[in-house]
Design a binder for this molecule. Structure first.
Ligand code: BGC
Length: 763
């Protein structure tokens, strides 16, 4: 017989058990078996006004709060896009001085784009995601896909070039790779942040066609094809409204038309107004009262536009919680995708596989721009391409230039990193050839430390330019080959955030030193480190030119492996390399940097060249009635890049000669490696609309494929396009339109080397 007390105890116990399991059952927001949107609704219904306000603005330089009471952890963001930035102090830009935040630096995104290999972008995203996971970062502030409109653009190195199709194909696997690790991409800077000068005041004036055909497609692909979980609004204005709270950009295009279900994050300091932030689509405010780079108010988080001011306005009845709930829903969705995601993969920092990825991407992205035949020594009878350097025959090698000894993973603004290692070009070259000599040649930027990161090798120099030139010339006189490693760097007014370049010329005394060397030794290899093109006035006299970008931790190794032929270069330029600025539409039309309004608060920058950006502008000029003497070709065309082997593209065929609206058409072209070294060629397919009611570019890239071929091997490359590849953005109704009529497909190995054509019709 149970005693009465025991019975009571049992009843009480079962009540407690029932009650707690009842409330457990109610906790839908924690129930993984429930649909995501149901969990979001449940979480939202439990949040107080204060909790809701808290999750939509920052609490420190790079974090925003979760909902502690409900078990949602804080959300940590970090730059992005080339590696995981070192931690800064809670409320200061200074580095926190951690000892566990040295990362692997991956090549800058211009280099990634130059691989023309989406598999490299996937590898990039996955590797970066693992580094981010280890560091407990849930949002990586990148990748950047602003279009390369002017070669003066200070941040072009962080972007993927001038062509919307190329940038789209590369951004999708990057985002998917990153997010496959449970780390959100934050695709930036949406939109029209195409140069840095006056970035907070520039109001871009642009046609709808140019906006949709050139500047938005990579963002759209990131959202619709890759399912990006967050996007960063840009600093600049469009139609007089800042892009971080721009009704057309965010509410209409991004959220309504593209169906974006993620979080719009302001660029740091890009939010300027509570009402616009509430109504115009901003979801998460960061960095207010800073310009992103410099100091702002400290401990100002409650004074953010989406903090107390917003809460007060709700309490006073100015807003209902409709907009707030919509923002919080998006934040919760992000939490479930990242911080709350169970079964995330493990994170790894500085793993060998990440170094391998960084090296591979760098090697595939390096572009051999020029490689002419030259007699390799005074006694040599036969001329041969100067690269690759044959170590068995080349005894005396001289390296000249500051960029051979300069760390490039530091500087440049928010993408600056603290790396575990960065192999400098000189060190990698010397590791192969101990007797190799070095001459500084010129002094550029000698800053020894950037944002708390000390540059590994001293750049201190006391000699005059005359002495430096004399040393380089003297040493060059007897050299079998001279490797000049120069270009730009990450200091202010070079490849650096916050400002643009002041000139298209190479900085410092580089041109002068190169000319002086050429007088005593023509066997010069010029290795350019940059994210931008530059004028190369001595180009005709230099037999070999290599574009080596900012390529991260393995920079020196990647460069050495290409120069010595361990790796056959296969990169292709993701932008047109102009001879001079006036070859670029924006500059030819005097449409940069814009015109200040009278009050000097806003500078209007009209993109007068419209859709004719990069090769589209070059093609338009060559097709115009200008006489040949008025047209000067760029130094290197979009898509250009050589190899140590040779390739032959055969005749292209199509699987049909007429297509209907819902149809696709496939072009096939044989590619043969006709040389003696294994290598890769990228077949580029451009489409030309021959009968159109609006002006269309002469041709536009619509498909490409990189193929790796053994000597003598032939592969059939098939490229398929659909109606979208034939379409333009119809400004009369805001729809994409493919007009029936004649089209031509053009296949080639660069935008100026078209080798085969096929005509077809759209019915
Ligand atoms: C940059 C962003 C960056 C942010 C945080 C801003 O100045 O424009 O690209 O992600 O700072 O560092």
């Amino acid at each position: 017989m149970m005693t009465r007390t025991y019975k009571r105890l049992l009843i009480a116990l079962s009540f407690i058990i029932c009650h707690s399991s009842f409330s457990e059952a109610q906790r839908i927001y924690l129930d993984e078996s429930k649909p995501l949107e149901q969990r979001i609704d449940d979480a939202l219904s439990r949040m107080t006004l204060d909790e809701k306000i808290a999750v939509i603005h920052a609490q420190s330089k790079f974090s925003s709060p979760g909902v502690k009471r409900l078990g949602f952890p804080d959300l940590w963001t970090d730059d992005g896009p080339h590696g995981v930035r070192p931690d800064v102090l809670w409320d200061e830009w200074e580095q926190a001085g951690q000892t566990n935040d040295s990362c692997v630096a991956f090549p800058a995104l211009t280099c990634l784009a130059a691989t023309w290999n989406p598999a490299m972008a996937r590898l990039y995203g996955e590797s970066l995601g693992e580094e981010a996971l280890y560091r407990n970062k849930s949002v990586m502030l990148g990748p950047g896909v602003n279009i390369y409109r002017t070669p003066l653009g200070g941040r072009n190195f962080e972007y993927m070039g001038e062509d919307p199709w190329l940038a789209s194909r590369m951004v999708v696997p990057y985002v998917k790779g990153l997010q496959s690790k449970g780390v959100a991409a934050c695709v930036k800077h949406y939109a029209l942040n195409n140069d840095e000068e006056y970035r907070h005041q520039v109001n871009v004036i642009i046609s709808d066609r140019a906006l949709h055909e050139i500047y938005l497609p990579a963002f759209k692909a990131a959202v619709q094809e890759a399912g990006a979980w967050s996007i960063m609004g840009a600093y600049n204005l469009y139609k007089d409204q800042h892009n971080c709270h721009n009704d057309i950009m965010l509410n209409r295009i991004l959220k309504q038309d593209w169906g974006f279900d993620g979080v719009v994050i302001s660029d740091w300091g890009g939010c300027h107004d509570t009402d616009e932030a509430v109504r115009n689509g901003l979801d998460l405010e960061f960095g207010t009262w800073t310009d992103g780079l410099t100091m702002g108010k400290t401990n100002a988080y409650d004074s953010y536009y989406l903090a107390d001011a917003y809460k007060q306005a709700i309490l006073e009845g100015k807003y209902t919680t409709k907009e707030l709930d919509e923002k919080v829903r998006r934040l919760l969705r992000l939490f479930y995708r990242t911080t709350m995601k169970k079964n995330k993969p493990y994170g790894f920092l500085c793993s060998d596989s990440h170094y391998e990825a960084a090296l591979k991407i760098a090697q595939e992205g390096i572009v051999l721009l020029k490689n002419e035949k030259i007699k390799k020594s005074k006694n040599e009878k036969m001329a041969a391409p100067l690269l690759p350097i044959d170590v068995t025959k080349t005894q005396r090698i001289l390296v000249v230039g500051e960029n051979a000894i300069k760390m490039m993973t530091v500087g440049g603004g928010s993408s600056s990193l603290k790396v575990q290692r960065e192999i400098l070009p000189l060190d990698a070259l010397q590791a192969r050839i101990a007797s190799l000599e070095y001459a500084r040649g010129y002094v550029g930027d000698t800053i020894q430390s950037y944002n708390g990161v000390t540059v590994g090798r001293s750049l201190y120099e006391t000699r005059s330019q005359e002495e430096l030139t004399a040393e380089a010339v003297e040493k060059a006189r007897e050299a079998d080959v001279v490797i000049f490693i120069g270009g730009l760097n990450k200091s202010n007014h070079q490849d650096c955030e916050g400002h643009d370049r002041l000139s298209y010329d190479l900085p410092y005394a580089q041109n002068e030193v190169i000319e002086a060397i050429l007088k005593v030794n023509p066997r010069l290899v010029y290795v350019n480190i940059s994210g931008n093109g530059a004028a190369l006035p001595w180009l005709d006299k230099v037999p070999a030119v290599v574009q080596a970008w900012f390529i991260g931790s393995e920079a020196g190794e990647a460069i050495a492996s290409v120069l010595f032929g361990d790796v056959n270069p296969s990169g292709k330029l993701p932008f047109t390399w102009y001879a001079s600025l006036d070859q670029c539409g924006a500059h030819a039309l005097n449409a940069y940097p814009g015109v200040w309004r009278e009050d000097h608060k806003v500078i209007d920058e009209e993109y007068k060249e419209g859709i004719f950006v990069g090769y589209r502008w070059t093609d338009k000029l060559s097709n115009s009635k200008l006489s040949n003497s008025q047209i000067h070709s760029p130094l290197f065309a979009f898509g250009h890049g050589l190899s140590y082997t040779t390739f032959k593209l055969g005749k292209m065929t199509a699987d049909k000669n007429a297509m209907t609206e819902g149809d696709e058409i496939t072009f096939t072209i044989p590619v043969t490696n006709t040389g003696s070294m294994a290598g890769a060629e990228t077949v580029q397919l451009y489409i030309s609309d021959l009968e159109a009611s609006v002006e269309r570019p002469v041709k536009e890239l619509k498909a490409f494929q990189k193929v790796f071929l053994q000597p003598g091997e032939t592969r059939q490359v098939s490229l398929t396009i659909g109606k979208q590849a034939l379409s333009f953005y119809d400004e009369t109704n805001g729809q994409w339109k493919a007009e029936p009529g004649a089209f031509e497909a053009l296949a080639g190995t660069s935008s100026d080397k078209i080798v085969s054509r096929c005509s077809f019709n759209l019915q």
